[in-house]
Write a protein that binds this ligand. Structure first.
Ligand SMILES: NC(=O)c1ccc[n+]([C@@H]2O[C@H](COP(=O)([O-])OP(=O)(O)OC[C@H]3O[C@@H](n4cnc5c(N)ncnc54)[C@H](O)[C@@H]3O)[C@@H](O)[C@H]2O)c1
Ligand SMILES: N[C@H](CO)Cc1c[nH]c[nH+]1
Ligand SMILES: [Zn+2]
Length: 442
């Protein structure tokens, strides 16, 4: 039987416990060095470099003049994708839209802070955003849905998708269908680090964008980190992660089934089952081979690499409290509270980007259909970032308005603090000099 990593948490040393928190992207230094020449080539050579990297890295039949998806390619994609798949894409988009419309902030709010003095916030769309849709170890119409819908709901006027070309130089057909159904029509066949550089610098074909969002391999994550001084790179979303917190109300086979969902993304994924029930842990171990027998060879290879390696396996704790503590220290991207009574556990979890409750909400449903965004912070960034949302596509301006009757009191206090801080112009602007002008000007 395959050697699934099995840890009895209480018996681990402090170093071993710390090692469990690591992800494949924890150390990006190798990738940062390797993407540097790619970024520089795109900056200096533009489209020529994009087409060359498409041929070299994606093994794609691509030339400079075919980087942008055409109307004809969109039309062909609609013919290629079967009606049932289209129906499921439309179902997902509808739910994602309903969810994200709830998130949309009011265009403006103002509060009367003191009589006659008003302050508030105004939200306006970011003017141009690029959406990264991965392709390599899978095709991702769902990522297209998850990134496009909130951008559309936010009202971003210039939205472009970048995604790697397939060997025949095409873009995944369902990705094109999802983009058009969501309302995005500009798609470039560019992936990896070169895509991030293309939208950061702009090329002859690709327009520069102010921000790029969307998940990707460590190549994409490294490029975003390198170019974060040039383009807003949003929340850090790298290789997929899952943590299944199971109590003793469920069968371990179910926990194993759900553990494999995100473990199959790639050998760089992370996936842990955490339980204080030895029965659940042992049932899960026993069930894994049955589940693997129903998976494709590639997905068995990926998930086996994860569960037998350093970023996955089973963690047996000595109490549910220890399980909570481990989950919070790990700060997973997706967390399932696999229990007949998930709400008992919810209040104990503070660090997780997505918390899926009970035995009927597997990560698959959240990845594709439920509505909340499945582009989520990885690598413990759930401690400070949340899921991708409408607020990632708008920026906030403060609004202030002081009326004449309210002015004197504010002027008095601002004048005092300006003098204390040593700013004479600040002080002059709220001194009698201003009053003299206001009298003159009416
Ligand atoms: N966090 C999330 O919300 C989320 C959602 C979906 C997918 N994901 C993750 O996104 C990732 C997608 O990865 P992927 O590989 O399928 O697609 P990808 O598009 O992110 O990466 C493929 C690109 O990487 C580049 N690349 C590959 N090998 C290279 C090399 N040797 N040198 C330079 N560049 C190279 C190529 O340009 C290629 O286009 C997975 O890790 C998956 O788990 C995360
Ligand atoms: N699990 C990914 C986010 O980590 C989303 C996804 C899309 N398709 C399959 N899975
Ligand atoms: Zn997934």
């Amino acid at each position: 039987m395959t050697d699934v990593s099995f840890h009895e948490y209480a018996k681990l040393s402090a170093d071993e416990k710390a090692a469990l928190l690591r992800r494949s992207e924890t150390d990006l230094s190798g990738f940062i060095d390797k993407v540097a020449p790619i970024l520089e080539a795109v900056r200096t050579e533009g489209d020529t470099a994009l087409a060359r990297f498409g041929r070299e890295l994606d093994k794609a039949d691509i030339t400079e003049d075919r980087l942008k998806v055409t109307e004809a390619e969109f039309d062909a994609a609609f013919k290629l994708v079967d009606d049932e798949t289209k129906e499921s894409i439309a179902f997902g988009i509808a739910n994602i839209r309903t969810f994200h419309e709830e998130q949309k902030p009011e265009a403006m709010w103002l509060k009367e802070i003191r009589p006659g003095a008003f302050a508030g916030d105004r939200f306006t769309p970011i003017q141009s955003v690029a959406l990264y849709v991965p392709r390599g170890k899978g095709s991702f119409p769902s990522v297209t849905m998850m990134t496009s819908v909130p951008a559309i709901v936010a009202g971003v006027p210039n939205i472009q998708i970048v995604t790697p070309p397939a060997p025949d130089g095409s873009v995944d057909a369902a990705t094109l269908v999802a983009a058009r159904l969501a309302g995005v029509e500009t798609i470039y066949k560019v992936g990896g680090a070169q895509a991030v550089a293309a939208v950061a610098y702009g090329t002859e074909t690709v327009k520069p964008a102010l921000k790029i969002v969307g998940p990707g391999s460590p190549w994409v994550v490294a490029a975003k980190r390198s170019l974060s001084g040039i383009i807003d790179t949003g929340l850090p979303a790298g290789p997929s992660e899952v943590m299944i917190l199971a109590d003793d109300t469920v069968h371990g086979g179910l926990a194993a089934l759900d553990l494999l969902i995100e473990a199959e993304h790639g050998p760089d994924s992370s996936a842990y089952l955490v339980t204080h029930s030895r029965r659940v842990a042992e049932e899960a171990l026993a069930a894994l081979p049955e589940h693997w027998a129903r998976m494709t060879e590639q997905r068995v290879a990926f998930s086996t690499a994860v569960l037998t390696g350093k970023t996955g396996g089973i963690v047996l704790t000595s109490s549910i409290e220890e399980s909570y503590a481990f989950v919070n220290a790990y700060a997973p991207e997706h967390l399932e509270l696999l229990s007949e009574e998930p709400f008992v556990h919810l209040g104990h979890i503070t660090e997780a980007a997505e918390i899926l409750m009970g035995t009927h909400t597997p990560v698959s449903i959240a990845n594709f259909s439920l509505g909340p965004n499945a582009v989520l912070p990885t690598s413990r960034w759930a401690r400070t970032y949340g899921p991708l949302s409408v607020t990632d596509f708008v920026k906030r301006s403060s609004i202030g308005y002081v009326t004449a009757p309210a002015y004197p009191e504010f002027a008095k206090h601002s004048h005092r603090l300006a003098l204390y801080e040593g700013f004479s112009s600040h002080a002059n602007a709220v001194s009698p000099i201003r009053d003299a002008y206001l009298k003159k000007g009416g």
